[in-house]
Ligand binder design. Structure first.
Ligand SMILES: NC(=O)c1ccc[n+]([C@@H]2O[C@H](COP(=O)([O-])OP(=O)(O)OC[C@H]3O[C@@H](n4cnc5c(N)ncnc54)[C@H](O)[C@@H]3O)[C@@H](O)[C@H]2O)c1
Length: 248
């Protein structure tokens, strides 16, 4: 028996490193998977890697755009006859010292990394309630717990994602909806490609496990939270596949 048989999962940011790994694992575990990213073309690779028999669909939406997120959510619910699981792994990151950070740079990061988590959950909730419950999983960051230099916008947004997860967990528990945050440490994906070598070397030296993780080492945490009975007692939690960087 596969762990997500008869479940419909939406994965935002499914073209990226962590989102793609989660989508592949969920699909291999029997879930019908709706892949969402900025363009459908970006999802071709992930689509080709989902080789099992369960249905897969691709959709374009910017998670910071309420109209697009509502449209794509309704399109997915209609196409797959409901939604059980929402994973939001869409995100952006750039390193900007606070003295050089324009309000526009701040706003864009908060819009994608925090408001995106709100919108993807917000428009899915009616569909999860219609199913009698479900799971919402946001990919935050351990930097939202410990902070980081040159990352005031990103750290603030990711701390907000953790708070959002707790608030939604309390509010949605009566509907059988469990809401959790994954807060990874540094993971080898294009997202951190733009960070300086100096930042990466300093970061590696801080890690008890001594190396960055891979997306395939994060995806099983999402499966744990999405599946039953493994995820049945988790809500409002922040789980940290983070090489030991943060020990709450
Ligand atoms: N890589 C890391 O070290 C690391 C560590 C902690 C947390 N995270 C978080 O994990 C998540 C996934 O990151 P990743 O490392 O896989 O990065 P990635 O860049 O490989 O993937 C991010 C994906 O999000 C998509 N995306 C960006 N803006 C979007 C928008 N407005 N609407 C829809 N999709 C959008 C991108 O197209 C990309 O496919 C992010 O939220 C990131 O902040 C990453």
């Amino acid at each position: 028996m596969q762990q997500l048989e008869n479940r419909v999962a939406v994965v935002y940011g499914a073209a990226g490193g962590i989102g793609a790994a989660i989508a592949r694992l969920f699909h291999a575990e029997g879930a019908t998977v709706a892949l969402v990213d900025l363009t459908e073309a970006a999802l071709a690779g992930t689509l080709a890697e989902c080789r099992g028999p369960a249905p897969v669909s691709i959709h374009a939406a910017d998670v910071s755009d309420p109209v697009a997120v509502e449209r794509v959510t309704d399109e997915i619910a209609e196409g797959h006859d409901g939604i059980d699981i929402v994973v939001n792994s869409a995100g952006i990151l750039d390193e900007t010292p606070v003295l050089e950070m324009s309000p526009e740079v701040w706003d864009r990061t908060v819009a994608v990394d925090l408001t995106g988590a709100f919108l993807t959950a917000r428009y899915a909730v009616p569909h999860l309630i219609a199913r009698g419950g479900g799971r919402i999983i946001n990919v935050g960051s351990q930097l939202g717990i410990k902070g980081g230099t040159g990352l005031a916008h990103y750290v603030s947004a990711k701390a907000g994602v953790i708070g959002l997860g707790k608030a939604l967990a309390l509010e949605l528990a009566p509907h059988g909806i469990l809401v959790n945050t994954i807060a990874p440490g540094p993971i080898e994906t294009p997202l951190i490609g733009g960070l300086s070598e100096e930042w990466k070397a300093d970061k590696r030296a801080e890690l008890p496990i001594g190396r960055f993780g891979s997306p395939e080492e994060v995806a099983p945490t999402a499966l744990l939270l999405a599946a039953s009975p493994s995820g049945d007692l988790y809500t409002g939690q922040t789980l940290g596949p983070n090489s030991g960087d943060v020990m709450p």
